[in-house]
Design a protein around this ligand. Structure first.
Ligand SMILES: *[C@@H]1O[C@H](CO)[C@@H](O)[C@H](O)[C@H]1NC(C)=O
Length: 257
């Protein structure tokens, strides 16, 4: 087998392993090994506007308890909204005894092909790596460490209130960012129903956004969502009023628990 082929196999194999861990880890809560760095500064301003599309994380409720996932963990955006408990292990820079930090995935840490995956290219596939918002990193280790070994596990996301839908698009194209998702925190499929339509399946756009190419202006909108990790389905009835418009965010009463 040549090197290129081997690399391809490795990527596919790690993707398969990752799909298995994402469901198994959520259900079984076993601790796994990874590494972690941080990005941005104490204000966490660099973490705003990440690849999940949540925009300003203070407004969307995630604050600075957030993380950018390496490609392997990011799973093409389907891991957006998942919650991870992370603790520092086996480093003199660890703060032991403190609470393990719980963070929500809001961004991707892209590969850096210019650097070796064991020397700077921490987010290159197939590495499992967490690039934490600096305030989250500072809860578990001295930031001067730069990179630390960690143990992590998926945990249920504790959210206040219902799922939020941030609307973009226009009269013929509805693009919705799904935020504040409880339970597993992630979304696999989504459908929209206007007050004068049947259910219309939406397609995954990027990050935590889903789209429908339909004319839905002037209709109140309901959503049907299926969790990526648990496959549970919930309905957010009349999540947006008939007067909905792009640029606004609507909060439903429904959430995963
Ligand atoms: C719509 O989505 C549902 C649930 O994911 C699926 O079972 C169904 O086959 C889809 N329908 C179409 C027309 O794609």
């Amino acid at each position: 087998m040549d090197k290129k082929m081997l690399r391809k196999c490795l990527v596919i194999f790690s993707m398969m392993a990752m799909i298995r861990t994402s469901t198994a880890a959520y259900a079984g809560s076993s601790w796994r090994q990874a590494s972690a760095t941080f990005y941005g500064d104490e204000t966490a301003s660099a973490t705003m506007g990440g690849a999940c599309g949540y925009g300003n994380l203070w407004n969307s409720g995630y604050g600075a308890a957030t993380v950018a996932l390496s490609t392997t963990l990011f799973n093409d955006g389907y891991s957006c909204g998942q919650c991870f408990q992370i603790k520092c292990v086996s480093s003199p820079n660890c703060y032991y005894g403190g609470p393990a930090t719980v963070v929500t995935a809001t961004n991707i840490c892209p590969p850096n092909w210019g650097q070796d995956s064991n020397n700077g290219g921490w987010c290159n596939p197939p590495r499992v790596h967490f690039d934490l918002a600096k305030p989250a990193f500072m809860k578990i280790a001295n930031w001067k460490a730069g990179i630390i070994p960690v143990s992590y596990r998926r945990v249920a996301c504790k959210r206040t209130g219902g799922i939020r839908f941030k609307f973009e698009g226009n009269g013929y194209w509805l693009l919705v960012y799904v935020m504040n998702v409880g339970g597993a925190g992630d979304i696999k499929t989504m459908a929209v129903k206007g007050s004068r339509t049947n259910w219309i399946n939406m397609s995954h756009n990027w990050g935590a956004s889903y789209q429908a190419f339909s004319s839905l202006y002037g209709q109140s909108l309901s959503f049907r969502l299926t969790s990526y990790s648990t496959r549970a389905t919930i309905y957010a009835w009349n999540a947006a009023p008939a007067s909905w418009s792009a640029g606004k965010t609507y909060q439903s009463k429904a959430n995963f628990s």
